[in-house]
Design a protein around this ligand. Structure first.
Ligand code: NAD
Length: 482
């Protein structure tokens, strides 16, 4: 059994309240560690530490700030096995995917470090003679990052790297379900000598720790990834001090499969969407619309593919899928499938809680005979369940795809360029993938429409979320004789 400490002002500390939270391995239901449950006062200490450190950090040349990011990336690569095992143990994703997450995280730090010499302000024309207007891009100040459990390690740096390279400091709160990897990250940041206070890590409940990080007057921006319901609470807390919010919330990605699509590719990518991380990915296809002419063939192939998906202990390199995050998730998903069944839907494969009772498992499931109003089509499932709806015309498919509170990602499978381009114009989502899996690039921009969020992450546009715009008007007198 491990006990972790928070990382505040360059030191590893326990909570003075002595309150702890148990962390569970979802594949065994066993307690694997205890983490501190911070008090409000301790979160305040972390914020004060980040505030104190910010001025000197911003004063460092960006390229030196980037060097710290590169050093952390190197430490991550050197410890990749331990980090991947830590993630798998507490989150349940299969070990090969955890390894991808770890390596991608290191690459992301390197990528963000490259921005050191690249982000720029502007000089614009003035309406007056002898004047320059400078648009400076400067740090916001102290930022906070509140994380979910599904890609817990990567999400640390998706927030920390753009914050730090642009001269901000950051206080991070890991999810209480998956905090161990964040404590391991803190050890690596400490090892490379990141100046104290530049990054602080606190742990505890959302209502206490998260709420303070979202609403404190010394926080300039709160970057949150998680559910819509918590996003609403973050906005409420932030509103008290008019704090900038950056929200990456849920998704309900539609996949449209047209009659001319490469069906085998579509089946493979969409099946993987429901299997990767046991379907607990905000950007993956969660509902599929298939054109009438090919629905029978698509469904047959999909059921076959899902029947071959294996699940079990995620440390076992032979399984395709690990457990869900907790018992609540299993019952939520089971309830949704049961309600669909009762309202006349057909469950073609799966549809039950996993037979392996050691962990929180659910069977790979395919459901048909649903309509647009069905709960499985409207609500986020976050599990290995694929609902299929049939469409006749492209107009109909686009209308159903857009009929959602969420607007994060979407995809379309077609060989016809006209159809693909129409979809790009008419599908109202932050991302659209054409003939490929839903997986964003670090140089893109991951952002959702509607209730999927405000602002976004990655690439140049994600970096700019962490920059404040400061305009300076400089008048000078060229005629004066000095
Ligand atoms: P969650 O909203 O339950 O929790 C996220 C974090 O918020 C946790 O650290 C939690 O402790 C904290 N929190 C809880 N209440 C709070 C409060 N009142 N104030 C401040 N913080 C609070 O989400 P989750 O269950 O960890 O993650 C799953 C959700 O995240 C899904 O809806 C998924 O779609 C979404 N997600 C979105 C993206 C994206 O990029 N859009 C990425 C990953 C996950």
């Amino acid at each position: 059994m491990r006990t972790y400490q928070m990382y505040i002002d360059g030191a590893f500390v326990s909570s003075k309240t002595d309150k702890t939270i148990e962390v569970i391995n979802p594949a065994t239901k066993k307690v694997i560690s205890h983490i501190p449950a911070a008090s409000n006062a301790e979160v305040e200490e972390a914020i004060a530490s980040s505030k104190k450190a910010q001025k000197a950090w911003e004063a460092l040349p960006a390229v030196e700030r980037g060097n710290y990011l590169r050093k952390i990336a190197a430490e991550i690569r050197a410890n990749a096995k331990m980090l991947a095992e830590t993630i798998t143990e507490e989150q349940g994703k299969i070990i090969s995917l955890a390894t991808v997450e770890v390596n991608f995280t290191a690459d992301y730090l390197d990528y963000m470090a490259e921005w050191a010499r690249r982000y720029e302000g502007e000089i614009v024309q003035s309406d007056r003679p002898n004047e320059n207007i400078f648009i400076f891009k400067q740090a916001i100040g102290v930022t906070s990052g509140i994380l979910p459990w599904n890609f817990p390690f990567f999400l640390i740096v998706r927030k920390l790297a753009p914050a730090l390279i642009t001269g901000n400091t950051i206080v991070i709160k890991a999810s209480s379900e998956t905090p161990n990897n964040a404590f391991e990250f803190a050890k690596l940041a400490h090892k490379v000598g990141l100046p104290k206070g530049v990054f602080n890590l606190v742990s505890g409940s959302g209502g206490t720790v998260g709420n303070t990080l979202a609403g404190h007057k010394d926080i300039g921006m709160v970057s949150f990834t998680g559910s819509v319901d918590t996003g609403v609470k973050i906005m409420e807390a932030a509103s008290k001090n008019i704090i900038k919010v950056n929200l990456e919330l849920g998704g309900k990605a539609p996949a449209i499969v047209c009659k001319d699509a490469n069906l085998d590719a579509a089946v493979n990518f969409i099946k993987n969407s429901r299997v990767i991380n046991t379907g607990q990915v905000c950007n993956c296809a969660e509902r599929v619309y298939v054109q009438k002419d090919v629905v029978e063939s698509f469904t047959k192939k999909m059921v076959e593919a899902m029947k071959h998906v294996t699940y079990g202990n995620p440390m076992d390199t032979k399984v395709d899928m690990g457990p869900l995050i907790d018992e609540k998730a299993v019952h939520n998903i089971d309830g949704m499938v049961e309600r669909a069944r009762k309202s006349g839907a057909k469950v073609l494969t799966g549809g039950h809680i996993g037979s392996n009772k050691d962990g929180f498992y659910y069977e790979p499931t395919v459901v048909t005979d649903l309509n647009q109003k069905s709960e499985l089509i409207q609500e986020e499932i976050f599990g290995p369940v694929l609902p299929i709806v049939t469409f006749d015309t492209l107009d109909e498919a686009i209308e159903m795809a857009n009929d959602s509170d969420y607007g994060l990602t979407s995809s379309i499978y077609t060989q016809n360029l006209d159809i693909a381009m129409r979809a790009c114009r008419e599908i109202k989502f932050g991302e659209t993938y054409i003939n490929r899996e839903n997986f964003e690039a670090m140089q893109g921009f991951h952002a959702g429409f509607r209730k999927s969020g405000i602002g976004g992450a990655d690439g140049k546009h994600g970096l700019e979320e962490y920059l404040a715009t400061h305009v300076v008007y400089l008048q000078y007198d060229l005629k004066k004789n000095f």
